[in-house]
Ligand binder design. Structure first.
Ligand code: NAD
Length: 316
């Protein structure tokens, strides 16, 4: 039975990935600052640990066939634009400690959850954006320290690959959403926040939208995300790959879609003083398809429906 360590196993993607790996027959060790919030973990062992601390990283990241690095201090656009110093310090510490612990314990295959936030701001200035290709990341100008740190960690991993033969697999995740994601408290991302707002609104009531709502994104369902992470890890492709949907939508249209799923009418009240992130961002999946013969298949409508109902149940 292969053994996998998943850091960030108490978080949204990490807890789903633990389930996915268990279904694939893995023995799974989860590590996180906190336990899974919305369901019982399926990990065979789960350690509460702070990976900013190198002694804890060394203690819990032990011999295994594969390490999945998902632990991060992160959140939606509001969070990553206000907690800049904390985020860059925490995530650099987590990642440097995790990679060194993996190297010392003889783990030779490591997956890293990078992000679409590594891409330069100057490629994302219009709503009708051209989808981002992997090579667009350099020359670099991410719009947040969160993105800079992910790009830095990609380089750290590249150095371990060159100097020590570490097998590195990197996915640049584009806006993952689904049931059991954070939907309140300040770290939630747009799809979950909008589902919560629609769920709490009465028919005909207004909800606050950050920005003018014409900013565009693509959103990737959690099931596609876990499948993609696993496929990337099993592939021989050792450079960063986009992992996202290429179904571009404006925030205004996303609100309309959620309202349709909810069977409600909502009035959009735009707040231009709130952060909206880059103007437009989409995932070019050409290289993903070439490398894996696969790309995400869940449409936004298919994915947002169970997500909305899960969040509506939580807030009820
Ligand atoms: P999440 O916040 O739900 O999960 C991250 C987990 O890391 C949390 O459970 C948190 O407690 C844990 N963590 C934070 N600091 C830690 C520390 N010092 N030691 C141990 N654990 C710690 O976020 P998520 O959405 O599941 O994201 C997982 C990974 O994917 C992150 O690396 C994130 O940057 C990346 N990513 C996510 C998205 C997305 O849309 N969700 C997009 C791009 C990249």
């Amino acid at each position: 039975m292969p053994t996998a360590i998943v850091t960030g196993a108490g978080g949204f993607i990490g807890s789903h990935l633990v389930k996915y790996l268990k279904n694939k027959g893995y023995y799974v060790i989860g590590i996180d600052l906190k336990k899974t919030r919305y369901s019982q973990t399926r990990a065979d062992k789960f350690f509460l640990a702070d990976l900013r601390n190198d002694r804890q990283a060394t203690k819990y990241i032990v011999a295994a066939d594969e390490l999945y690095m998902l632990a991060a201090d992160m959140g939606g656009v509001g969070y990553i634009n206000t907690m800049r110093a904390e985020i860059i310090h925490n995530n650099a510490s987590i990642n440097l400690n995790s990679i060194r612990a993996a190297h010392h314990s003889g783990i030779d295959k490591v997956f890293f959850a990078s992000t679409a936030c590594v891409y330069p701001e100057f490629k994302q200035e219009t709503s009708d954006t051209i989808a981002l290709k992997e090579d667009d990341a350099l020359p670099a100008q991410p719009d947040t320290p969160y993105g800079w740190e992910k790009l830095f960690t990609e380089q750290v991993l590249r150095s371990y690959a060159l100097d020590h033969g570490l097998k590195v697999r990197i996915a640049r995740l584009h806006n993952i959403y689904g049931p059991e994601s954070t939907f309140q408290g300040g770290r939630e991302k747009a799809p979950a926040a909008l589902c919560r707002k629609v769920a709490l609104a009465s028919d005909g009531e207004s909800i606050e939208i950050w920005g003018d709502g014409q900013q565009t994104r693509s959103y990737c369902h959690i099931d596609d995300c876990c499948q993609g992470i696993f496929k990337i890890m099993q592939s021989n492709y050792d450079q960063p790959l986009n992992l996202g949907s290429s179904e571009l939508i404006s925030v205004n249209d996303l609100v309309d879609l959620i309202a349709e799923v909810a069977g409600k009418k909502v009035v959009k009240k735009h707040n231009l003083n709130k952060p909206q992130g880059v103007r437009g961002r989409n995932s070019d999946n050409t290289r993903l398809k070439e490398s894996l013969g696969w790309s995400p298949t869940t449409t936004l409508k298919q994915g947002i429906t169970p997500t909305y109902y899960w969040i509506a149940n939580q807030v009820r």
